[in-house]
Each structure stands twice: as structure tokens, then as C-alpha cells.
Design a protein. Structure first.
Ligand SMILES: Nc1ncnc2c1ncn2[C@@H]1O[C@H](COP(=O)(O)OP(=O)(O)OP(=O)(O)O)[C@@H](O)[C@H]1O
Length: 255
């Protein structure tokens, strides 16, 4: 498999603190790569750099061979990279369908504000977006809730809505920041099944997650960070048996 995303010597400083230190990894086409590590290891910071939210202090990120350093954040969805956030980013007083259509607007380059105000898209474009959003809402099991206000949905369903929103733009790489946080066992299993389906349809996934059952079930490969640096990379089985990884987790109170 060829690399879709290449991360080389990636570093990020916050003031005097080096949050990410010379990290290398690839995400290959059609695979699920999990990025794990104890609290504060630098996982979200890596995801924020890969999704164009913050610039690296050093190093390089390439997507499909293209250096991403000069690509503005709003162009990522159009290039084929979308993401979800650790903290839900939903519009409570818009319907579930409208919330998902916002994901298409980022692709068609209308602004979020314009979307909220119903501006800037032709009727045909609007219809096409509606259909794609409906298809993805059915995929994630929210067909019944399409017309509900997002604010009325329970937390687990909002997480699913976020996945639909990230998928509606048709990404080649989906970035997920703790998608199972706050979900119960059944919801986590359902979400795992969905990610496997997304992978089967050809979208690669870079997954930051603390739920080890989910990671060990769905990840093709795992990269482990500790204190900003990569300490291991391998299959779920290799990672489970790696003494450095075990030591890093045993040293972390919250795991
Ligand atoms: N905006 C920021 N300003 C200053 N320091 C930051 C900022 N963002 C992250 N850090 C620091 O960078 C380090 C890595 O944080 P990061 O959130 O990337 O870790 P993480 O592995 O995602 O942790 P968690 O699993 O708890 O979410 C931490 O020491 C954190 O305090």
C-alpha cells in the first residue's frame, strides 16, 4: 500500500514546551492507523497539525505527495482531509440534516456562516448536498432523527452525527479525535463497525483514541507517542507486547 499521508520529523513547541518532538509516520491508503499514548503525549497536537488547525514548528506533512505547509485550513476538506473534534462542534438549534450539510459546505467553500443563513448555494447544489447528507445519516443510523434539532439528541447520537458530517465531504483521509469518548459499550461497538465500513469503502482513518478495545479491534497499525516522541510502531499485537509501551502506560496514573 502506498502512503496517503506522510509525516516527517514533525515537531511543535508551545512557548518553551516541546509538545511533539520529531515524529515520523505514514498513513497508507485504506488503512486505520491509531495514534495512542498516555495523557499529554502529544496526540491531539499531531492531529491539529495534520488537519491544518495549527502549523508545525518544524518538520513536514505531505498528503498524496503534496506538501501541506502552505495550504490554508479551509482547503483541506476539498483536498480530501476531514476531521472530528474531541469536544463536539454542533449547532444545537439547527436540524441534524443541516448540521451534516455544513460538512458539504466546507467542501463547496461556502462559509459556515453562509450555510447557517442559507446563502450562497444553487438549488441543485443544495439538493445534491441534502441527498448526500441523508445517505450518510442513514449509514450512521440516524435516519429517524434527520429533522430533529441537534440540541435534542443524546450525546452518543451527536457523536454519530459528527462522523456523518465528516464523511459527507467524501474524504480520502478521516481524522478522528477520541470519537468514542463518553460512549457506552454498545455505542462504541457500533462506531467501530462503522469505521470498518468506512475503511472498506477506501477511506483511510487516523484515529486518536483511549479506548483500547476499539483500537485493538479495528486498527491495522498503531503508533505510540510518549512525552511528544514516538516510542513504538507496529501491529496491535506487537504494540500490546512492547515493553516500552507497557512501561509508558504503567507510568500514567489515568490509564
Ligand atoms: N495550546 C497549547 N498551549 C500550550 N500547551 C499546549 C497546548 N496544547 C497542548 N499543549 C501541551 O502539549 C502537550 C501535549 O498535549 P496534547 O493535548 O497534544 O496531548 P494528548 O496526547 O492529546 O493528551 P490527551 O490524551 O490528554 O488528550 C501537553 O503538555 C499539553 O499541555
Amino acid at each position: 500500500m502506498t502512503a496517503l499521508l506522510e509525516v516527517q520529523q514533525l515537531s511543535r513547541d508551545f512557548g518553551g514546551v516541546r509538545a511533539v518532538n520529531q515524529v515520523d509516520f505514514d498513513v497508507r491508503q485504506g488503512e486505520i492507523l491509531a495514534l495512542i499514548g498516555p495523557n499529554g503525549a502529544g496526540k491531539s497536537t499531531v492531529l491539529n497539525m495534520v488537519s491544518g488547525v495549527i502549523p508545525p514548528s518544524a518538520g513536514e506533512i505531505r498528503f498524496d505527495g503534496k506538501p501541506m505547509a502552505k495550504v490554508p485550513g479551509h482547503e483541506y476538506a476539498g483536498l480530501g482531509i476531514t476531521r472530528t473534534f474531541q469536544n463536539l462542534q454542533t449547532f444545537d438549534d439547527m436540524t441534524v440534516l443541516e448540521n451534516v450539510m455544513v460538512g458539504m459546505h466546507t467542501r463547496t467553500r461556502s462559509s459556515l456562516l453562509a450555510c447557517g443563513m442559507n446563502l450562497g448555494s444553487s438549488r441543485r447544489e443544495e439538493q445534491e448536498m441534502r441527498e448526500r447528507a441523508q445517505i450518510w445519516l442513514e449509514h450512521v443510523g440516524l435516519a429517524e432523527e434527520i429533522s430533529s434539532l441537534a440540541g435534542s439528541l443524546p450525546y452518543g447520537k451527536l457523536r454519530l452525527m459528527e462522523i456523518a458530517r465528516a464523511m459527507v465531504a467524501g474524504p480520502r483521509l478521516l481524522l478522528l479525535d477520541e470519537p468514542a469518548a463518553g460512549l457506552n459499550h454498545t455505542e462504541t461497538a457500533e462506531m467501530s463497525r462503522m469505521f470498518q465500513e468506512i475503511r472498506a469503502n477506501g477511506t483511510a482513518i487516523l484515529l486518536v483514541e483511549h479506548d483500547m478495545d476499539m483500537i485493538m479491534t479495528i486498527a491495522d497499525r498503531i503508533v505510540v507517542l510518549d512525552q511528544g516522541a514516538k516510542i513504538a510502531e507496529g501491529t496491535p499485537r506487537e504494540i500490546q507486547e512492547n515493553p516500552r509501551v507497557i512501561a509508558a502506560y504503567l507510568g500514567d496514573d489515568e490509564e
